[in-house]
Design a binder for this molecule. Structure first.
Ligand SMILES: Cc1cc2nc3c(=O)[nH]c(=O)nc-3n(C[C@H](O)[C@H](O)[C@H](O)COP(=O)(O)OP(=O)(O)OC[C@H]3O[C@@H](n4cnc5c(N)ncnc54)[C@H](O)[C@@H]3O)c2cc1C
Length: 388
């Protein structure tokens, strides 16, 4: 993290409060937070990871994780949606720092106002980055036409470029996973099917690809299917896990703050004292704080390690999936406890904690899900399963 980094300079308090003020309405109406995006865009938030010489703020991944925690305290769904754009710009930066310019167009595109969505998830595809049911058909000249269905595409109503992957198996002996970007066109259909328990503002709708064309200069990389140490795959994994952990850490922080407020304002008829003086409440809030306090330093250190190219080798995957798993599960527990501290008021739909309770549940579904995080950790410590 750069010494001069000031989160409020990139995400000012008044902007944060306006975003917070809109979050309940966005959730209730199940709409994309257009006003949040417009204000974040004019504040330069979509360009935070773009180097200064390309027209951005020149921040690093560790700075972005702090900002995403801050944004998520105001509106988790807005933070989660913008996260997808930040993931791609972070991947581009990670590659650039390693001397690879495959995603330079993402950085210049973000500087020019493009909005990048993340089109990786497919129904039932537990291979995630290592496989795809989407067809990537090679075109003359080096481009690809993509046909398939991506699910949970956040930013669905507003993205201008969809970063995705698909399988080119025209040579059965040498299949390739193709990572590329397609612009919006008639070959892309966004279904209007986002009606979920939480994270409603992310508008992560289903995306149908009917031969959507990526021009040659938007084809980022072709890698062998299966587990891969390719820098692009590593970059996606690192940026995704750390920025996602940040969103849910921000949710945890907000829940902790709301619990502290509730503990200060609720008074016991029995003792005449504030709930904050009740030993049981104190113990509960303390446990929440202890769990929360572990998260920001872990994220910051791993983000700095990514920036510095630290040599964690094969441990990288379990370290990154582990921090995502810890953040999302801790956040879920903290929101749960915050509701107990706040009491029955938090059960009303109008209460912010009830929205956080719904939003935080999404954390377990994102890669790495609990099974995948535990499998990575088991492999790191015990070695691979025999016979696999
Ligand atoms: C709020 C939110 C935002 C997200 N944003 C993004 C994003 O921007 N980009 C992105 O790439 N991912 C995104 N994701 C997707 C996420 O990362 C997971 O991929 C997603 O939650 C699917 O998880 P899963 O593997 O548990 O679901 P699955 O079990 O794969 O279920 C997902 C869907 O696939 C169907 N399905 C399951 N198995 C099969 C099968 N064998 N054949 C056919 N259909 C099947 C299910 O019925 C269900 O409709 C988001 C998720 C959430 C919750």
């Amino acid at each position: 993290m750069s010494a001069a980094f000031d989160p409020a300079a990139h995400l000012p308090d008044d902007l944060l409060e306006r975003i917070r003020g809109r979050a309940a309405g966005v959730d209730a109406e199940n709409v994309f937070p257009d006003d949040d995006l417009a204000e974040l865009r004019s504040a330069g938030y979509l360009r935070i990871l773009v180097p200064e010489e390309l027209g951005g703020a020149g921040l690093g991944l560790a700075d972005a994780t702090v900002l995403q925690q801050r944004l998520a305290t105001a509106a988790p769904a807005t933070a989660l949606a913008v996260n997808m754009h930040l993931v791609w710009t972070a991947v581009a930066l990670i590659l650039r720092d390693r001397g690879l310019d495959d995603l330079e167009f993402v950085l210049t595109g973000a500087a020019d106002g493009e909005v990048f969505a993340f089109g990786i998830s497919e129904a039932g595809n537990d291979l995630v980055l290592f496989g795809s049911d989407t067809e990537a058909r090679p075109l003359a000249g080096g481009g690809y036409a993509f046909t398939g269905t991506k699910i949970f595409t956040s930013l669905a109503p507003v993205w201008t470029q969809l970063g995705l992957h698909g399988l080119d198996d025209t040579d059965p002996d040498d299949p390739k996973l193709v990572f590329a970007f397609v612009p919006r066109s008639d070959a892309v259909v966004t279904r209007d099917d986002w009606d979920t328990l939480g994270m409603r503002g992310s508008q992560s709708r289903t995306t149908e690809l009917h031969g959507a064309v990526s021009p040659p200069d938007r084809v980022a990389r072709r890698v062998a299917p299966g587990p891969s140490g390719d820098p692009l795959v590593f970059g996606i994994f690192a940026a995704f896990e750390l920025l996602l952990a940040s969103v849910y850490t921000g949710v945890a922080r907000r829940a902790l703050d709301l619990a502290v407020d509730a503990a200060g304002s609720k008074k016991s008829k029995r003792t005449g004292l504030a709930a904050a003086q009740d030993p049981d409440v104190r113990r509960r809030v303390a446990a929440m704080a202890i769990a929360y306090d572990a998260l920001p330093p872990q994220i910051a250190q791993l983000a700095r390690d990514v920036e510095d190219g630290a040599g964690h080798g094969a441990r990288w995957f379990s370290l990154l999936s582990g921090v995502k798993h810890r953040a999302t599960t801790a956040a879920k527990g903290i929101v749960d406890d915050a509701m107990l501290v706040a009491g029955g008021a938090s059960y009303f739909s109008r209460n912010e904690l009830s929205r956080l309770y719904r939003d935080v549940l999404a954390g377990g579904f994102h890669p790495s899900d609990p099974e995948s995080a535990h499998s990575a950790a088991a492999t790191a410590w015990l070695g691979p399963l025999e016979g696999r």
